[in-house]
Design a protein around this ligand. Sequence first.
Ligand code: AHM
Ligand code: MG
Length: 345
Amino acid sequence: MSRIVTLDEFIIKRQNDFQYATGELTGLLRDIGVAAKIINREVNKAGLLNILGAAKSENASGDTVQKLDLYANDKLIDCLKNSGECCGIASEENEHFIPIKEIEGKKAKYVVVFDPLDGSSNIDVNVSVGTIFGIFRRKSDLSKPCEMKDFLQKGSELVASGYVLYGTSTLLVYTTGRGVNGFTLDPTIGEFCLSHPDIKIPNRGNYYSVNQGYYLKFDIEMRRYIDHCCDENLRLRYIGSMVSDVHRILFQGGIFLYPNTRKFPQGKLRLLYECNPLAFIVEQAGGKAMSCQLERILDLPLGDLHQRMSIAIGSPDMLDEMKEFVERYKVPEYKEEVVEKEGAS
Ligand code: AHM
Ligand code: MG
Protein backbone atom coordinates (compact mmCIF):
# COMPACT_ATOMS: atom_id res chain seq x y z
CA MET A 1 0.00 0.00 0.00
CA SER A 2 1.40 3.40 -0.94
CA ARG A 3 1.77 5.97 1.81
CA ILE A 4 -0.99 8.58 2.21
CA VAL A 5 0.10 12.17 1.58
CA THR A 6 -2.10 14.72 3.34
CA LEU A 7 -2.81 18.21 2.02
CA ASP A 8 -0.79 19.84 4.81
CA GLU A 9 2.20 17.60 4.16
CA PHE A 10 2.00 18.22 0.41
CA ILE A 11 1.73 22.00 0.78
CA ILE A 12 4.73 22.14 3.11
CA LYS A 13 6.77 19.90 0.81
CA ARG A 14 5.89 22.13 -2.16
CA GLN A 15 6.92 25.23 -0.25
CA ASN A 16 10.53 24.16 -0.69
CA ASP A 17 10.06 24.39 -4.48
CA PHE A 18 9.78 28.15 -4.22
CA GLN A 19 12.89 30.17 -3.70
CA TYR A 20 12.60 32.62 -0.78
CA ALA A 21 9.28 31.08 0.29
CA THR A 22 8.52 32.09 3.85
CA GLY A 23 5.57 29.82 4.51
CA GLU A 24 2.92 32.56 4.39
CA LEU A 25 1.22 31.24 1.26
CA THR A 26 1.53 27.75 2.69
CA GLY A 27 -0.25 28.88 5.86
CA LEU A 28 -2.98 30.53 3.87
CA LEU A 29 -3.67 27.42 1.79
CA ARG A 30 -3.81 25.33 4.94
CA ASP A 31 -6.31 27.75 6.51
CA ILE A 32 -8.51 27.53 3.42
CA GLY A 33 -8.29 23.72 3.75
CA VAL A 34 -9.53 24.01 7.35
CA ALA A 35 -12.44 26.25 6.31
CA ALA A 36 -13.31 23.72 3.57
CA LYS A 37 -13.55 20.93 6.15
CA ILE A 38 -15.86 23.00 8.35
CA ILE A 39 -18.07 23.96 5.38
CA ASN A 40 -18.11 20.34 4.23
CA ARG A 41 -19.35 19.20 7.62
CA GLU A 42 -22.24 21.65 7.43
CA VAL A 43 -23.07 20.94 3.76
CA ASN A 44 -23.31 17.24 4.62
CA LYS A 45 -25.70 17.70 7.49
CA ALA A 46 -27.67 20.59 6.00
CA GLY A 47 -30.86 18.56 5.63
CA LEU A 48 -30.69 17.32 9.21
CA LEU A 49 -30.25 20.74 10.71
CA ASN A 50 -33.07 22.25 8.71
CA ILE A 51 -30.96 25.15 7.56
CA LEU A 52 -31.95 24.76 3.93
CA GLY A 53 -33.72 27.48 2.04
CA ALA A 54 -33.34 31.13 1.33
CA ALA A 55 -32.21 33.46 4.10
CA LYS A 56 -34.41 36.17 2.58
CA SER A 57 -31.57 38.49 1.77
CA GLU A 58 -29.80 39.29 -1.46
CA ASN A 59 -26.07 39.24 -2.19
CA ALA A 60 -24.11 42.09 -3.75
CA SER A 61 -25.06 40.82 -7.23
CA GLY A 62 -28.80 40.73 -6.48
CA ASP A 63 -29.18 36.90 -6.28
CA THR A 64 -31.17 35.26 -3.49
CA VAL A 65 -28.75 34.11 -0.81
CA GLN A 66 -29.16 30.66 0.75
CA LYS A 67 -28.41 30.15 4.43
CA LEU A 68 -25.55 27.86 3.65
CA ASP A 69 -23.93 30.52 1.47
CA LEU A 70 -23.84 32.80 4.50
CA TYR A 71 -22.48 30.05 6.71
CA ALA A 72 -19.71 29.22 4.23
CA ASN A 73 -18.93 32.92 3.84
CA ASP A 74 -18.65 33.41 7.61
CA LYS A 75 -16.42 30.37 8.08
CA LEU A 76 -14.02 31.40 5.33
CA ILE A 77 -13.85 34.94 6.70
CA ASP A 78 -13.22 33.63 10.25
CA CYS A 79 -10.43 31.29 9.13
CA LEU A 80 -8.75 33.95 7.02
CA LYS A 81 -9.08 36.65 9.70
CA ASN A 82 -7.27 34.43 12.16
CA SER A 83 -4.63 33.20 9.74
CA GLY A 84 -2.41 36.28 10.05
CA GLU A 85 -1.40 35.88 6.40
CA CYS A 86 -4.30 37.70 4.76
CA CYS A 87 -4.84 41.47 4.78
CA GLY A 88 -8.17 41.52 2.94
CA ILE A 89 -11.02 39.52 1.52
CA ALA A 90 -13.45 39.96 -1.37
CA SER A 91 -16.44 37.61 -1.53
CA GLU A 92 -19.45 37.12 -3.74
CA GLU A 93 -21.57 37.65 -0.63
CA ASN A 94 -20.13 41.05 0.33
CA GLU A 95 -20.58 44.16 -1.73
CA HIS A 96 -17.30 45.70 -0.56
CA PHE A 97 -13.96 44.12 0.22
CA ILE A 98 -13.18 43.51 3.90
CA PRO A 99 -9.81 44.74 5.22
CA ILE A 100 -8.28 42.52 7.92
CA LYS A 101 -6.34 43.93 10.85
CA GLU A 102 -2.80 42.71 11.33
CA ILE A 103 -2.20 40.12 14.01
CA GLU A 104 0.66 40.74 16.46
CA GLY A 105 2.16 43.40 14.19
CA LYS A 106 2.61 40.97 11.30
CA LYS A 107 2.26 42.59 7.87
CA ALA A 108 0.19 40.23 5.74
CA LYS A 109 1.12 40.12 2.06
CA TYR A 110 -1.92 38.45 0.51
CA VAL A 111 -5.56 39.11 -0.31
CA VAL A 112 -8.04 36.30 -0.93
CA VAL A 113 -11.09 36.38 -3.23
CA PHE A 114 -13.79 33.73 -3.14
CA ASP A 115 -17.23 32.48 -4.00
CA PRO A 116 -18.03 30.66 -0.74
CA LEU A 117 -20.72 28.38 -2.17
CA ASP A 118 -21.04 28.32 -5.93
CA GLY A 119 -24.15 26.81 -7.49
CA SER A 120 -26.29 27.57 -4.47
CA SER A 121 -29.56 26.83 -6.30
CA ASN A 122 -28.49 23.16 -5.95
CA ILE A 123 -28.41 23.15 -2.15
CA ASP A 124 -32.09 22.46 -1.54
CA VAL A 125 -32.06 19.43 -3.83
CA ASN A 126 -28.90 17.79 -2.54
CA VAL A 127 -26.85 18.35 -5.70
CA SER A 128 -23.15 19.20 -5.56
CA VAL A 129 -21.92 22.72 -4.84
CA GLY A 130 -18.44 24.14 -4.43
CA THR A 131 -16.15 26.85 -3.07
CA ILE A 132 -13.88 28.78 -5.46
CA PHE A 133 -10.89 30.84 -4.26
CA GLY A 134 -8.01 32.90 -5.59
CA ILE A 135 -4.99 34.41 -3.83
CA PHE A 136 -3.16 37.59 -4.91
CA ARG A 137 -0.08 39.25 -3.51
CA ARG A 138 -1.10 42.73 -2.39
CA LYS A 139 0.01 45.75 -4.45
CA SER A 140 -0.50 48.46 -1.83
CA ASP A 141 1.78 49.63 0.96
CA LEU A 142 2.29 46.83 3.51
CA SER A 143 2.01 49.22 6.44
CA LYS A 144 -1.48 50.44 5.46
CA PRO A 145 -4.88 48.73 5.11
CA CYS A 146 -5.43 46.94 1.80
CA GLU A 147 -6.93 48.88 -1.10
CA MET A 148 -9.17 48.21 -4.08
CA LYS A 149 -6.14 47.87 -6.37
CA ASP A 150 -5.08 44.78 -4.39
CA PHE A 151 -8.23 43.02 -5.60
CA LEU A 152 -8.62 44.41 -9.10
CA GLN A 153 -5.67 42.43 -10.44
CA LYS A 154 -5.77 40.42 -13.63
CA GLY A 155 -6.09 36.66 -13.33
CA SER A 156 -2.56 36.32 -14.69
CA GLU A 157 -1.37 37.79 -11.37
CA LEU A 158 -2.93 35.07 -9.22
CA VAL A 159 -0.33 33.31 -7.07
CA ALA A 160 -2.69 30.44 -6.25
CA SER A 161 -6.24 29.38 -6.89
CA GLY A 162 -8.42 26.41 -6.21
CA TYR A 163 -11.84 24.97 -5.62
CA VAL A 164 -13.53 22.58 -3.24
CA LEU A 165 -16.24 20.33 -4.61
CA TYR A 166 -18.78 19.03 -2.10
CA GLY A 167 -19.97 16.06 -4.14
CA THR A 168 -20.23 12.31 -3.67
CA SER A 169 -16.89 12.83 -2.00
CA THR A 170 -15.28 16.15 -1.13
CA LEU A 171 -12.35 17.21 -3.25
CA LEU A 172 -9.95 20.12 -3.00
CA VAL A 173 -8.08 21.01 -6.19
CA TYR A 174 -5.48 23.78 -6.28
CA THR A 175 -2.58 25.26 -8.18
CA THR A 176 0.24 27.62 -7.30
CA GLY A 177 1.31 27.84 -10.93
CA ARG A 178 3.24 24.58 -10.96
CA GLY A 179 0.64 22.10 -12.10
CA VAL A 180 -2.64 21.10 -10.53
CA ASN A 181 -3.21 18.60 -7.73
CA GLY A 182 -6.37 17.15 -6.24
CA PHE A 183 -7.05 15.92 -2.70
CA THR A 184 -10.00 13.86 -1.49
CA LEU A 185 -11.31 14.31 2.04
CA ASP A 186 -11.10 11.08 4.01
CA PRO A 187 -13.89 11.60 6.55
CA THR A 188 -12.56 8.85 8.80
CA ILE A 189 -9.34 10.74 9.54
CA GLY A 190 -10.60 14.25 8.68
CA GLU A 191 -7.77 14.89 6.24
CA PHE A 192 -7.58 15.84 2.57
CA CYS A 193 -5.37 13.15 0.99
CA LEU A 194 -3.55 13.43 -2.33
CA SER A 195 -5.71 11.46 -4.77
CA HIS A 196 -5.17 13.18 -8.15
CA PRO A 197 -1.53 14.25 -8.59
CA ASP A 198 -0.55 16.41 -11.56
CA ILE A 199 -3.95 16.68 -13.23
CA LYS A 200 -3.91 17.10 -17.02
CA ILE A 201 -7.04 17.95 -18.98
CA PRO A 202 -7.66 15.77 -22.09
CA ASN A 203 -7.10 17.62 -25.40
CA ARG A 204 -10.74 17.02 -26.24
CA GLY A 205 -13.65 15.17 -24.70
CA ASN A 206 -17.20 14.03 -25.24
CA TYR A 207 -18.94 16.61 -23.07
CA TYR A 208 -20.26 20.09 -23.60
CA SER A 209 -21.81 22.03 -20.78
CA VAL A 210 -24.08 25.03 -21.34
CA ASN A 211 -27.54 26.16 -20.28
CA GLN A 212 -29.11 25.20 -23.61
CA GLY A 213 -32.42 26.69 -22.46
CA TYR A 214 -30.91 30.09 -23.27
CA TYR A 215 -29.97 29.00 -26.81
CA LEU A 216 -32.10 31.66 -28.52
CA LYS A 217 -30.59 34.36 -26.30
CA PHE A 218 -27.02 33.60 -27.42
CA ASP A 219 -25.21 35.37 -30.26
CA ILE A 220 -25.44 33.65 -33.63
CA GLU A 221 -21.81 32.44 -33.65
CA MET A 222 -22.29 30.75 -30.28
CA ARG A 223 -25.47 29.07 -31.53
CA ARG A 224 -23.56 27.75 -34.55
CA TYR A 225 -20.89 26.28 -32.27
CA ILE A 226 -23.53 24.66 -30.04
CA ASP A 227 -25.21 23.22 -33.19
CA HIS A 228 -21.82 21.76 -34.05
CA CYS A 229 -21.57 20.13 -30.60
CA CYS A 230 -25.01 18.55 -31.23
CA ASP A 231 -23.97 17.41 -34.75
CA GLU A 232 -20.93 15.75 -33.23
CA ASN A 233 -23.19 13.87 -30.77
CA LEU A 234 -21.39 15.34 -27.80
CA ARG A 235 -23.06 14.64 -24.48
CA LEU A 236 -24.72 17.61 -22.84
CA ARG A 237 -24.18 17.84 -19.08
CA TYR A 238 -25.26 20.90 -17.10
CA ILE A 239 -25.40 20.79 -13.33
CA GLY A 240 -25.86 24.53 -12.82
CA SER A 241 -22.88 24.68 -10.51
CA MET A 242 -19.86 25.90 -12.42
CA VAL A 243 -17.42 24.14 -10.09
CA SER A 244 -19.08 20.77 -10.71
CA ASP A 245 -19.40 21.28 -14.47
CA VAL A 246 -15.81 22.48 -14.87
CA HIS A 247 -14.61 19.66 -12.61
CA ARG A 248 -16.11 17.04 -14.93
CA ILE A 249 -14.45 18.70 -17.91
CA LEU A 250 -11.09 18.96 -16.17
CA PHE A 251 -11.07 15.19 -15.68
CA GLN A 252 -12.96 13.90 -18.71
CA GLY A 253 -12.43 16.62 -21.31
CA GLY A 254 -14.96 18.90 -22.99
CA ILE A 255 -16.06 22.51 -22.97
CA PHE A 256 -18.06 24.63 -20.51
CA LEU A 257 -19.79 27.72 -21.87
CA TYR A 258 -21.61 30.57 -20.22
CA PRO A 259 -22.00 33.04 -23.08
CA ASN A 260 -23.40 36.55 -22.92
CA THR A 261 -27.19 36.60 -23.18
CA ARG A 262 -29.77 39.34 -23.60
CA LYS A 263 -30.30 39.36 -19.82
CA PHE A 264 -26.56 39.35 -19.09
CA PRO A 265 -24.92 41.21 -22.02
CA GLN A 266 -21.47 40.87 -20.36
CA GLY A 267 -22.05 37.24 -19.31
CA LYS A 268 -23.34 36.09 -15.92
CA LEU A 269 -20.37 34.65 -14.08
CA ARG A 270 -18.07 36.80 -12.00
CA LEU A 271 -14.57 37.42 -13.35
CA LEU A 272 -12.73 37.94 -10.06
CA TYR A 273 -13.78 34.95 -7.98
CA GLU A 274 -15.40 32.53 -10.44
CA CYS A 275 -13.83 32.80 -13.91
CA ASN A 276 -10.23 33.73 -13.03
CA PRO A 277 -9.49 31.07 -10.37
CA LEU A 278 -10.94 28.30 -12.56
CA ALA A 279 -9.18 29.66 -15.67
CA PHE A 280 -5.84 29.52 -13.79
CA ILE A 281 -6.45 25.89 -12.84
CA VAL A 282 -7.61 24.82 -16.30
CA GLU A 283 -4.65 26.54 -18.00
CA GLN A 284 -2.25 24.95 -15.52
CA ALA A 285 -3.76 21.58 -16.45
CA GLY A 286 -3.13 22.27 -20.17
CA GLY A 287 -6.54 23.71 -21.07
CA LYS A 288 -7.74 27.12 -22.22
CA ALA A 289 -10.21 29.75 -21.03
CA MET A 290 -11.50 32.70 -23.02
CA SER A 291 -14.41 35.08 -23.14
CA CYS A 292 -16.97 34.53 -25.89
CA GLN A 293 -15.33 37.55 -27.53
CA LEU A 294 -12.16 35.43 -27.65
CA GLU A 295 -9.99 37.30 -25.13
CA ARG A 296 -7.93 35.18 -22.75
CA ILE A 297 -9.77 35.27 -19.41
CA LEU A 298 -6.58 35.71 -17.36
CA ASP A 299 -5.64 38.84 -19.35
CA LEU A 300 -8.88 40.72 -18.83
CA PRO A 301 -8.74 43.98 -16.84
CA LEU A 302 -11.14 44.35 -13.89
CA GLY A 303 -13.35 47.37 -13.31
CA ASP A 304 -15.08 46.24 -10.11
CA LEU A 305 -15.21 43.37 -7.66
CA HIS A 306 -18.41 41.83 -9.00
CA GLN A 307 -17.77 42.35 -12.71
CA ARG A 308 -19.42 39.72 -14.90
CA MET A 309 -17.88 38.00 -17.90
CA SER A 310 -18.82 35.48 -20.59
CA ILE A 311 -16.67 32.36 -20.54
CA ALA A 312 -15.67 29.32 -22.57
CA ILE A 313 -13.31 26.99 -20.71
CA GLY A 314 -12.00 23.47 -21.12
CA SER A 315 -10.05 21.19 -23.46
CA PRO A 316 -7.58 23.08 -25.66
CA ASP A 317 -8.60 21.60 -29.04
CA MET A 318 -12.26 22.30 -28.36
CA LEU A 319 -11.55 25.90 -27.39
CA ASP A 320 -9.62 26.32 -30.66
CA GLU A 321 -12.58 24.90 -32.55
CA MET A 322 -15.00 27.23 -30.78
CA LYS A 323 -12.73 30.14 -31.68
CA GLU A 324 -12.91 29.15 -35.37
CA PHE A 325 -16.72 29.11 -35.22
CA VAL A 326 -16.84 32.53 -33.58
CA GLU A 327 -14.47 33.97 -36.18
CA ARG A 328 -16.41 32.38 -39.05
CA TYR A 329 -19.95 33.29 -37.98
CA LYS A 330 -19.56 36.53 -36.07
CA VAL A 331 -21.76 39.17 -37.60
CA PRO A 332 -19.54 42.18 -38.38
CA GLU A 333 -20.47 45.31 -36.48
CA TYR A 334 -22.78 47.50 -38.53
CA LYS A 335 -21.20 50.83 -39.37
CA GLU A 336 -23.21 53.43 -41.19
CA GLU A 337 -21.33 54.51 -44.30
CA VAL A 338 -21.27 58.20 -44.98
CA VAL A 339 -21.75 58.53 -48.73
CA GLU A 340 -20.38 61.79 -49.88
CA LYS A 341 -22.70 63.53 -52.26
CA GLU A 342 -21.33 64.89 -55.46
CA GLY A 343 -20.63 68.53 -55.16
CA ALA A 344 -20.93 68.53 -51.38
CA SER A 345 -18.12 70.36 -49.64
P1 AHM B 1 -24.03 31.37 -7.81
O1 AHM B 1 -22.60 31.63 -7.47
O2 AHM B 1 -24.92 32.48 -7.35
O3 AHM B 1 -24.51 30.04 -7.39
O4 AHM B 1 -24.19 31.49 -9.43
C1 AHM B 1 -23.26 30.96 -10.29
C2 AHM B 1 -23.83 29.76 -10.97
C3 AHM B 1 -22.78 28.90 -11.62
O5 AHM B 1 -22.25 28.01 -10.72
C4 AHM B 1 -23.59 28.21 -12.68
O6 AHM B 1 -22.78 27.78 -13.74
C5 AHM B 1 -24.55 29.27 -13.11
O7 AHM B 1 -24.67 30.17 -12.03
C6 AHM B 1 -25.90 28.76 -13.44
O8 AHM B 1 -26.67 29.78 -13.97
P2 AHM B 1 -28.01 29.49 -14.80
O9 AHM B 1 -29.00 29.00 -13.82
O10 AHM B 1 -28.34 30.84 -15.40
O11 AHM B 1 -27.67 28.49 -15.87
MG1 MG C 1 -20.98 31.44 -7.93
